[in-house]
Design a protein around this ligand. Structure first.
Ligand SMILES: Cc1cc2nc3c(=O)[nH]c(=O)nc-3n(C[C@H](O)[C@H](O)[C@H](O)COP(=O)(O)O)c2cc1C
Length: 204
């Protein structure tokens, strides 16, 4: 991977490198940006959790994660609510706060396509009999007993598809922070509905 953020004083280069790093993170297990913290607000209560960054489309400024349709984050993201995603890469010392409008994909063409592309091993969790977050009397792995020690086959997984969903999020802003010994740098990009963007330096 070509080095990123080598021109940290160039606002356009910084923005472009943010999208390059997001792209890279989808495939790179060792990249910190692969596991962002997704924050939502539900009835005034803020909640955060780690998710896996699954896809990135710089042209439409969209990022995407997979989840269980029964999870609390989905209820918090009804009706196109905004979400904030926090990324940090310790090797580059770069933080990014990504804010945007979300859409839940469930039983639609995109969710079907994503489901078909996943290795069977990453779909087992969607067989969970209990909705995530259900209170349990004893320690509970929330998997059917017959698949606890193995990867289910495609037939067994058919029942899990109803629980599978994707959260897509179109950026309304990204905020970048670079930590460096000679002084930190901070920049905010705002994306407007008409496709234009504004980039401002901020005091770190
Ligand atoms: C490394 C890691 C990766 C995770 N990836 C996902 C993910 O891609 N999607 C997801 O829904 N939950 C993922 N989780 C679990 C969430 O952090 C969270 O516990 C779960 O989704 C329930 O969140 P909620 O009740 O706030 O909806 C991951 C957790 C860890 C530690």
């Amino acid at each position: 991977m070509k080095k990123l953020f080598e021109r940290p004083d160039d606002r356009d280069a910084v923005e472009a490198d943010c999208w390059k790093l997001l792209h890279h993170a989808v495939e790179a297990n060792d990249c910190g940006w692969r596991l962002p913290v997704l924050a939502t607000v539900d009835n005034g209560a803020c909640r955060q959790r780690i998710v896996v960054l699954r896809s990135v489309d710089a042209a439409t400024r969209t990022i995407l994660a997979h989840t269980d349709i029964r999870s609390a984050k989905v209820s918090a993201l009804k009706n196109g609510a905004t979400a904030s995603w926090l990324f940090y890469d310790a090797s580059l010392k770069v933080q990014m706060q990504f804010v945007g409008h979300t859409q839940i994909h469930h039983h639609d063409r995109l969710s079907q396509q994503l489901w078909d592309q996943q290795p069977l091993s990453s779909l087992r969790g969607y067989l969970a009999p209990l909705p995530p977050g259900t209170r349990c009397e004893t320690a509970e792995v929330n998997l059917p007993a017959n698949v606890r020690d193995r990867v289910p086959d495609a037939t067994e997984l058919a029942a899990a598809k109803q629980n599978f969903a994707a959260i897509s999020c179109v950026a309304s802003s990204i905020e970048w922070l670079l930590l460096r010994p000679s002084g930190n740098l901070r920049l905010k990009v705002r994306y407007d509905a008409d496709g234009s963007r504004t980039i401002d330096w901020l005091a770190p």
